[in-house]
Design a protein around this ligand. Structure first.
Ligand code: E4P
Length: 218
């Protein structure tokens, strides 16, 4: 299972990358805005900065909503760095753009996916990744992890190569649940990643090991 961080914050990306287990980064326009990154050239430079920190795929989202606009923006984003994956919303124009990109050697992440039907269209169009939003489904009393499992099963049954990227992960348990559901990738906030490390018995055990060592070694 690949492990991405879901942020545009360079310090958090560095911290996760320093763990040595990070496989990539996802961003979206809201995450870029949260970091105060604005203006075409600053946004592009920020994607390059992220690519220079992490050795792995970096999702950069198009803003255009029409096919021509998505293609123009996607081509510009893909040209920034070989690690860039063009993130495209799961709309009618988006599916057409994903098909265009897949036929022209540009990798894509089909985002804002909330149903198996949307995931089917993303795979048929040749998306590299599909991003079902787990947390946002949970927010509306719908089982986000169940959607991950459903898409994984469908892709396996029909042999689609599109990787299932569990997005909108809100906490550590979501990561474990998506892993159990067979997701190829989980993109997570830093806190959820660090949560995987936490266990009181680890802390208590380490404290005891160190105090026993000190007793005999001074
Ligand atoms: C990732 O690709 C998505 O943009 C992100 O996970 C959305 O997360 P949120 O629902 O917590 O905003």
């Amino acid at each position: 299972m690949k492990f991405f961080i879901d942020t545009a914050n360079l310090n958090q990306i560095k911290e996760a990358n320093d763990l040595g287990v990070l496989d990539g980064v996802t961003t979206n326009p809201s995450l870029m805005a949260k970091e105060g990154i604005k203006g075409d050239s600053n946004i592009k430079q920020h994607y390059i900065d992220i690519c220079n920190i992490v050795k792995g795929d970096v999702s950069a989202e198009v803003i255009a909503t029409d096919f021509e606009g998505m293609v123009k923006e996607g081509e510009e984003l893909a040209a920034l760095h070989e690690q860039i994956v063009v993130k495209v919303p799961c709309t009618k124009e988006g599916i057409k753009a994903i098909k265009f990109f897949s036929e022209n050697g540009i990798r894509t992440n089909c985002t804002l996916v909330f149903t198996a039907g949307q995931a089917l269209l993303a795979a048929k169009a040749g998306a590299t990744y599909v991003s079902p939003f787990v947390g946002r489904l949970d927010d509306v009393s719908t089982d986000g992890v169940a959607l991950i499992k459903q898409i994984v099963d469908i892709y396996n049954y029909y042999g689609y190569q599109t990787e299932v990227l569990a997005a909108s992960i809100r906490h550590t348990m979501h990561i474990i649940q998506c892993l159990e559901a067979g997701a190829d990738v989980a993109t997570c906030p830093l806190e959820a990643i660090l949560g995987l490390l936490k266990h009181p018995l680890t802390d208590i055990g380490l404290e005891k090991f160190l105090s026993d060592y000190k007793k005999v070694n001074g």
